[in-house]
Write a protein that binds this ligand. Structure first.
Ligand SMILES: [Zn+2]
Length: 296
C-alpha cells in the first residue's frame, strides 16, 4: 500500500552546471515506497539533503537518457547496492529505449563499472565491509530490474499507477517520455523535456500537478532548432491550461529565466495564461499537494 504522496523537487536545473540547481530529479515518498523520477547530476546528494537516501528508493523512472536527467543513475544504483549490502530489493528501473543497453553498459561484467564490481564482490577487504553491514557471501553484483517502456504503457505498482506518453524533444536520437503518477487520489505529471505535445496535454488532463520544463522566456529564444525541441514559460502555461491542471511547476530553469524581474514576469504571465497556481521550481522544495495552509 502507498501512503499519501510527498513530492520534493530534488533537481530543477539543466545541463548548465550550477550549485543551486542540480540536474532533473523529483522524489515522491509514499511511506515505505519512494519513487524517483529522473536522476540527473547531483540527485544522489540531493536525496540526502531531502532526508532520504539511495537505499530507500524503490523505483526509478527516467524520462530520457540525456545526461542532465540520467547522469546519477549509475551512482544511485552503485551506492544503493553497496550500502544496501544485500538487504534491500533490487531497484525497479523504467525508461525508454535503450535503457537496458545503458544499464548493461554500466553494471554488466564488461561494463564501465565491471572492474569496480569485480573488486567489491571478490576482494577480501570489500567482502569484510559487506559482511560488517549484514551481507552474506557470496556477494553478487547489482542487477536492477530494468524495463523498457513506451507510450501507452501502464505500470501498476503497490497502490499506485504510472502511465507513459511520448513527448517531442530530441527524436530520433533520443526518445523522451512523460509519466503520470496516480496515487491515493493525487495525480502528478512529470513532463520530461518537451516542446508542446498533444500527448502530454492528454496525459495531464485534470492532474493536480504538472511539472513542466521552462527552458527560456518565450519570445526571447527564436532559433527554431531550439523552439522545436523545448518549451518556454508560455508554452508550459498553455499546456497546463489546456490540460486543466491545478498546479503548474516550472522546472529545467536556465539562468535567463531566473534572472531577477524576469523570474517574476515569468510567474505572472504563466499564471495569467494557465489560470492555475504556478510554482517556480527550486531544488529541495517540498510541494504542497493540498490547499492546507494556503492563504487566499
Ligand atoms: Zn534536460
Amino acid at each position: 500500500m502507498a501512503d499519501a504522496p510527498r513530492l520534493t523537487l530534488l533537481g530543477t536545473g539543466t545541463p548548465t552546471i550550477q550549485l543551486h540547481r542540480g540536474g532533473a530529479s523529483y522524489l515522491v515518498r509514499l511511506g515505505e515506497q519512494q519513487l524517483l523520477f529522473d536522476c540527473g547530476p547531483f540527485a544522489v546528494h540531493r536525496l540526502l539533503e531531502a532526508g532520504s537516501g539511495p537505499t530507500e528508493i524503490t523505483s526509478l523512472f527516467l524520462t530520457h537518457l540525456h545526461y542532465d536527467h540520467a547522469a546519477d543513475y549509475g551512482h544511485l544504483v552503485l551506492n544503493r547496492w553497496d550500502e544496501g549490502a544485500g538487504q534491500v530489493a533490487e531497484l525497479d528501473v523504467y525508461g525508454p529505449e535503450p535503457i537496458e543497453q545503458m544499464s548493461a553498459s554500466l553494471f554488466g561484467p564488461d561494463g564501465v563499472w565491471g572492474p569496480d564490481l569485480a573488486a567489491r564482490t571478490g576482494n577480501p577487504g570489500s567482502q569484510s565491509v559487506y559482511e560488517s553491514r549484514g551481507g552474506e557471501l557470496p556477494r553478487l553484483p547489482p542487477q536492477p530490474n530494468v524495463t523498457t517502456v513506451a507510450t501507452g504503457d501502464v505500470i501498476e505498482g503497490d497502490g499506485w499507477t504510472v502511465r507513459v506518453a511520448e513527448v517531442i524533444h530530441f527524436q530520433p536520437h533520443l526518445i523522451c517520455l512523460a509519466y503520470r503518477l496516480d496515487v491515493n487520489g493525487t495525480s502528478i505529471v512529470f513532463g520530461g523535456d518537451t516542446r508542446p505535445t498533444p500527448a502530454l496535454t492528454e496525459l495531464a488532463q485534470g492532474a493536480d500537478v504538472l511539472i513542466h520544463m521552462c527552458q527560456y522566456v518565450t519570445g526571447e529564444e527564436t532559433d527554431p532548432r531550439l523552439t522545436d525541441t523545448c518549451s518556454g514559460h508560455i508554452e508550459a502555461a498553455e499546456t497546463a491550461r489546456d490540460a486543466n491542471v491545478d498546479t503548474l511547476i516550472l522546472t529545467h530553469i536556465t539562468p535567463q529565466v531566473e534572472h531577477p524581474r524576469v523570474r517574476e514576469r515569468v510567474i505572472l504571465e504563466a499564471g495569467q495564461v494557465s489560470g492555475c497556481r504556478v510554482i517556480f521550481g527550486e531544488d529541495l522544495l517540498e510541494v504542497p499537494l493540498d490547499a492546507k495552509g494556503e492563504q487566499s
